[in-house]
Design a protein around this ligand. Structure first.
Ligand SMILES: Nc1ncnc2c1ncn2[C@@H]1O[C@H](COP(=O)(O)OP(=O)(O)OP(=O)(O)O)[C@@H](O)[C@H]1O
Length: 243
């Protein structure tokens, strides 16, 4: 699988991520539930950071803020030189479509489109259908070449997860945000997916932020953080039991 490179200049596509004092709270009746409480982090371009933490600790909330799909109450997300909060919604959407891939916890495949059509959609949205062969390459890389014409509901959960990963990578994002990218996969398929991601990080310079409960994913990351009480705490990536 060729690493993601700029179509025009051929350079590796890189993006560092800086989280500055992020705060996010949700209303619960009369109360406010503080989920992120001054969360900060710097992720270098071409780095893989794994986020762990208990259910409900705010990992998905954090990914949504980094992707610009949701906005913090305070603080800033910098993607490269771009402060997301200073973009209007249209500009944030365009930025996301061009530069970010997102693997959702529940895959979010479009049920009325075939697998191949699901993969082509991100390319169509950025006017890059000329890169359609990449959809086939990625389907092969995740072991699903023979399912291109199937609809999502004909696929197992693990197959859908691999399609979701291929779809998140098809437009050659500089930053991939992946919520449990190997969550429903057996050990062998999970290893294969992890190897693909590591290749895109190591050879292609893609920045990768994963939310995971998997020891294997954490061990493959450059750094691991545990989200607790709205703050990120560095943990030893080879000693993630109990995180
Ligand atoms: N849109 C929302 N409105 C109200 N509360 C929300 C909203 N989204 C998330 N929450 C709450 O914020 C907290 C963090 O949720 P989040 O989904 O970020 O946790 P998580 O660490 O990703 O959990 P899990 O590992 O179970 O997916 C939870 O208590 C959740 O109920």
């Amino acid at each position: 699988m060729p690493p993601p490179r700029c179509d025009r200049c051929g350079r590796r596509r890189r993006m560092r991520v800086t989280l500055e004092a992020l705060r996010k709270a949700y209303r619960e009746g009369e109360h406010r539930r503080v989920v992120l409480d001054g969360t900060g982090l710097q992720v270098a371009s071409g780095e893989h950071v794994a986020l762990m933490g208990r259910s409900g600790s705010g990992k998905s909330t954090l990914l949504n803020l980094i992707s610009g799909m949701d906005r913090p109450d305070a603080g800033e997300v910098w993607l490269g030189e771009t402060p997301l909060s200073r973009l209007d919604e249209g500009a944030r959407t365009r930025f996301r479509r061009h530069h970010i891939g997102f693997v959702f916890q529940f895959f979010n495949l479009i049920p009325t489109l075939t697998i191949e059509e699901n993969l082509l959609l991100p390319l169509e949205l950025v006017g890059r259908l000329d890169d359609a062969p990449r959809a086939r390459e990625l389907l092969a890389a995740v072991g699903l070449s023979d399912r291109a014409r199937a609809f999502p509901d004909r696929l197992s959960g693990g197959e859908q997860q691999r399609v979701a990963l291929a779809r998140a990578l098809v437009h050659r994002p500089r930053l991939l945000l992946a919520d449990e990218p190997t969550g429903t996969l057996d050990a062998e398929t999970g290893d294969r997916v992890l190897a693909l991601l590591q290749h895109l990080v190591r050879a292609g310079g893609m920045t990768l932020i994963t939310v995971t409960h998997s020891r294997e994913v954490a061990a493959a990351a450059d750094r691991v953080f545990r989200l607790a009480e709205g703050q990120l705490h560095a943990v030893d990536r080879l000693d993630v039991a109990g995180v």
